[in-house]
Structure formats: structure tokens, C-alpha cells
Design a protein around this ligand. Sequence first.
Ligand SMILES: *[C@@H]1O[C@H](CO)[C@@H](O)[C@H](O)[C@H]1NC(C)=O
Length: 374
Amino acid sequence: MDFNLALVIVVITILGIGLDGCHSKVVQFIFGDSLSDVGNNMHLSRSLAQASLPWYGIDMGNGLPNGRFTNGRTVADIIGDRTGLPRPPAFLDPSVSGEVILENGVNYASGGGGILNETGAYFIQKFSLDKQIELFQGTQELIRGKIGKRAADKFFKEGRYVVALGSNDFINNYLMPVYRDSWTYNDETFMDYLIGTLEKQLKLLHSLGARQLVVFGLGPMGCIPLQRVLSTTGNCREKANKLALTFNKAVSELVDDLGNHFPDSTYRFGDAYDVVYDVISNPNKYGFQNSDSPCCSFWNIRPALTCVPASSLCKDRSKYVFWDEYHPTDSANELIADELIKKFGLLNSDQGGAPSPAPDAAPSPDVAPSPEDQ
Ligand SMILES: *[C@@H]1O[C@H](CO)[C@@H](O)[C@H](O)[C@H]1NC(C)=O
């Protein structure tokens, strides 16, 4: 009896280990800035880049701030939902454990973070891309300790990796005279420095086992409300847009080179510059009414810098391209995500392309409270 029971337990244990090794789930590891942050900065108590106050998150779940720098979903949320991947929790979320990571992946994205360590220094606390990769190495150690090296290697090889940074390296570094990089480099040498750094980081991720990688390009960052308000004419700042286009071209070439260099890996580059530029130039064509000012603003004081409880909200959030001075609304993110999915051919060529059930974050501008009744 005892022997049989012991045997059963041994068999189950062996099968259990076998199953762990064979059936690890496909999850995402997200590296990014405020466009992808889902709560890391909320747990960095000294960070000045926070989305921890109303009205951030108003169109998602219970409507309370959740650390996303928008009213609803991020682009990465939507792409993950549409391709059937679980939404990875923020690395600093207290609920994150080895088990949670095996089921959902992790999101290391941090508002204010950049490709360069020195980017966003005035936010005091944030994770740069180097730091995010360092945290990922810690995650790998944790998972290896939990399921063993073999199963962990397989788990990390099958994972999907998203790298989406760069705008802060311009907006909160090179284009700001308070930063050393703005007077140390010129457009060309700064771009070489930035792309060279990103190349090392992407190669490091490959050496750590990342095999399926998506790198996001930049949008027309000269057209974010903050940049417009800083320009004297109210128009988009051409210099910033030109830098974004140069960056996108260089990253697209880098991603192609890496794909050739590492035939065991899939690299995709996705930028939605053109479609976002078109939305900003012809908002009505896409169902938007406003593409030059933030939905959440401090009455008529501009730039508002961040959305705060005393701010006033636009009447219909689904009609605004921008949520605050920097970040798109849920509706604009949806448009960007759909464009990227189309470019990646995600729903056609990938397995499991069935759209996941409707996200829980559809904006409901009609019922959500508005601090202002205009
Ligand atoms: C950036 O910071 C990380 C620590 O987060 C460090 O390991 C790395 O060496 C730094 N990179 C440079 C170029 O200073």
C-alpha cells in the first residue's frame, strides 16, 4: 500500500516535471516607457513621472488610476489582447511572483525611461532600458530556481518580447537644453550613440534567450500637444518629427540586420508614424474631433504637464487623439495598435490569431463622470 502510494506520487511528480517542460505558456516581456507602463512608476515613490492620480485610468476597469498614462488601454495592451496573449503585470506589482510570471509574463516599462541611462534624469526615479534588462535577468534567475534551467530556457525562448522606447531620449533629453547630451552631440552623433546603445541592448536580449522580438518606432513626437504649445506658432515642431523619422529608419535597418545576423530569431519593426501623422492632420477622417490639445487639461493653462484631479476633461474622450500633453487616448492607441497588427501581419501569419474577447477597457465616455460640464 505504502509502496503503491509512493509509486503513484513518484509517477505524478515525474509527469508533473515533464508537463512543466513541455507546456510552458507563451507570455510577453515588455520593455518600454510611459506609453507601455502599467504601474511600475506608481510603485516608485519618488518618481515625478506618475499616473497615480485621477483621471488616469478613467476608462478602464473600475476607473481608478492604475499606473497607465492614458484614460484606457496602452498600445501593448491592445496588441496582446488581439493576439490572445495575457496582459503582463507591472514588475513592481506586489502580486508578481514566479507563478504569476509563468502565466502572464512581466512588464518592466517605466514612465520617463529611455534607451539611454541619462534620459529622464529629472523624473528622479524610473527604469532605463539597461535597468529593465537587468531586472529581466533577475526574473530569469527566479524562474530557473523555480522550474529548472531546461524548462526556463524553453519558457524564455518561446516568450514574446516588446521593446518600445526612444521618445524620451529626445523629448526628455536631447531636445532639452538642461541635459548634457543636448550640447555634447549633434543630430547625427546623437543618433549614432542612441542606435549603437539600442543595438547592444537588443544583442544582450538575444544572448539572454529572446527569440521573438518586436521593436516599436516613434510617432510624430513634434505633434504632441506639449511640443506644439512650446512652438510659437502652435504647429508641430518639424525638428522633432524629423528626428523621429530618422530614428525609425535607423531602427528598421538595425532590426533587419539583427534578423540576418540571428537566423534563429524573428525580429519585427513596427512604426505607426504615417498613420498617426495622418490622424493628426485629418482627425475627422478617422472619427476624431481634436488632434492638437489634451483631453485632460488644467482649464486653459498650458502646458498642463500632467493630468490632475483638478483638471477638466473633454466631453467625449473618444474624440480626442491626445489624453494629456504627451500621451494618446485609448481610442488613438487602438488605431495605432490596429495599424501595427496589420504591419506585423500578426493575425494572419501567427498561430492563435483569433481575436481575444472584447477588452474590459472599452471607453464609455457617456457614463463616466466628468469634473467639468461644459
Ligand atoms: C546604465 O545603468 C546600468 C544599471 O542600471 C548599468 O549597469 C550600465 O552600466 C549603465 N550604462 C552606462 C552606459 O553607463
